[in-house]
Design a protein around this ligand. Structure first.
Ligand code: PLP
Length: 450
């Protein structure tokens, strides 16, 4: 936890932010890395890409010494705070194990036991190094179990950087009055078209559309892969009734229900979104918050389905770095903290307090708005009503949102500069006064053309 004093409004007034050191670093890095970064979404332009010096608590400093209260939190992993000493101490104990031996350690069962205790549907666990890897394994397990290769995803969902799921709904060019579904296109070049034939895409919160697809393609579809809260799409949330129907439909059509809890897991509740909704998936994937930033991910599921990981004639899973002792030690400590302390209720309460302050600012500016998802990872949509699906993004004022998000770093606040990414909250945010943050947002709103 950070120990900085609560900052007040005066700390978030506009200052002339320079990025000279980041720009120099960009020029250097672009010579050795495409776009000068390790993930294409980290590139914000030659002059605006930020290079990080360090993080502590809820704060990040860039190479120029600009300080930000961070609401990106690495796209979600930081649940306690950057550089959390409890977790880092545990990771150091993991270092003492000496590295990867391509053999199991005691830590694997310790972390698996914690997950089984905390997450309602999880009876068996396998680890991975990234969310993408965990979701890829979930799909393989579902296919191995069902014997069917087709699967269904939700418009606006993101499930990682591997080909079968790299399909996005092109909402930017969709005409809501056309009566047609929006086009589904690959995330860029290099993704084999053959994968498109294996995936059906449906809007969130539309159980009829899901059932129609299940009926039409029942011989081909083996899995429904979904995020109960769309963590890469404004945190648009499933309705309770919808998720309940999803469970029933998957049972009726004999389809494996996979909850991708890479963002919601160990964040929106100790047991993830499945605990919040009281709906049990067959398989779930976790990553981000489970290690407070250390690279660790997991697939969990019912013993019945996980038993297909059974040997060389079963479903294959593994990898040289899988179950790395440093990451597992960090995960063990993070999960213990989340289980035994009120860290998550504090995250939720602070997120709610920030929403209350921001809501007052938007109301004063007569700006229609809704907060979506969960207070620990909430979306802000400039529209009147709660959205049902990604299609409702088209009728939100996302250009205004993007302009706001791009202006906030000059005030020392760092949300993702894209309306579809939620605001993430960590335990260390409690050191900051939500009213001060909202005050800076009010200043920004006042400068924007509407
Ligand atoms: C819901 C969801 N699933 C999977 C992934 C992929 O995780 P990773 O980036 O760790 O590969 C992400 C990443 O943001 C995600 O949000």
């Amino acid at each position: 936890m950070a120990t900085a004093p609560k900052l007040d409004f005066g700390d978030f007034t506009r200052s002339k932010r320079v990025l000279h050191a980041s720009q120099r670093q960009h020029q250097r890095a672009a010579k050795s890395l495409p776009l000068g970064v390790s993930d294409t979404y980290r590139y914000w332009g030659d002059d605006a890409t930020i290079y990080v010096k360090r993080g502590k608590g809820a704060l990040l400093w860039d190479l120029d010494g600009n300080r930000y209260v961070d609401f990106r939190l690495g796209w979600g992993p930081i649940i306690l705070g950057y550089g959390d000493e409890r977790v880092d101490r545990a990771a150091r104990r993991g270092i003492e194990i000496g590295g990867v031996a391509a053999l199991a350690t005691e830590l694997e069962a310790s972390v698996a036991e914690l997950m089984i205790e905390m997450v309602p549907s999880v009876e068996k666990v396998r680890f991975a190094n990234s969310g993408s890897e965990a979701v890829a394994t979930a799909l393989r397990v579902a296919r191995g179990y069902s014997g069917r290769d087709g699967f269904v995803m939700v418009e606006g969902a993101f499930h990682g950087m591997f080909d079968p799921v790299l399909w996005r709904t092109q909402m930017e060019s969709w005409n809501p009055t056309s009566g047609e579904a929006p086009e589904v296109v690959p995330f860029g070049r290099g993704i084999p078209k053959a994968h498109r034939d294996l995936v059906g895409v449906v809007p969130l919160n539309d159980a009829d559309a899901l059932e129609d697809l299940f009926k039409r393609e029942r011989d081909r579809i083996g899995a429904f892969l979904m995020e109960p809260i769309l963590g890469n799409c404004c945190s648009i949330a499933s309705r309770q009734r919808y998720l309940h129907d999803v469970r029933l439909l998957c049972d009726k059509y004999d389809i494996v229900l996979i909850f991708d809890e890479v963002k919601t897991g160990f964040r929106v509740a100790r047991g993830g979104a499945q605990e919040l909704y009281g709906v049990r998936p067959d398989l779930s994937t976790f990553a981000k918050s489970m290690g407070n930033g250390y690279p660790i991910a997991a697939l969990g599921g019912s013993s019945e389905i996980m038993k297909v990981i059974s040997g060389f004639d079963g479903v294959m899973h593994g990898g040289t770095f899988t179950g790395h002792p440093v990451s597992l030690a960090a995960a063990e400590e993070t999960l213990r903290i989340l289980r035994d302390t009120d860290a998550l209720p504090r995250v939720e309460a602070w997120g709610r307090a920030l929403q209350a302050e921001l809501g007052a600012v938007f109301r004063a500016a007569e700006l229609p708005h809704v907060f979506t998802g969960h207070p620990s990872m909430f979306g802000i949509m400039f529209r009147e009503d709660l959205p049902e699906s990604y299609r409702d993004w088209t009728t939100s004022n996302h250009d205004l949102y993007d302009a706001m998000a791009r202006a906030l770093p000059d005030y020392g606040l760092l949300p993702e500069p894209d309306s579809r990414e939620p605001w993430f909250v960590c335990e260390a945010h409690a050191e900051f006064d939500p009213a001060g943050i909202a005050g800076a947002v009010a200043e920004v709103i006042a400068t924007l053309e509407r």
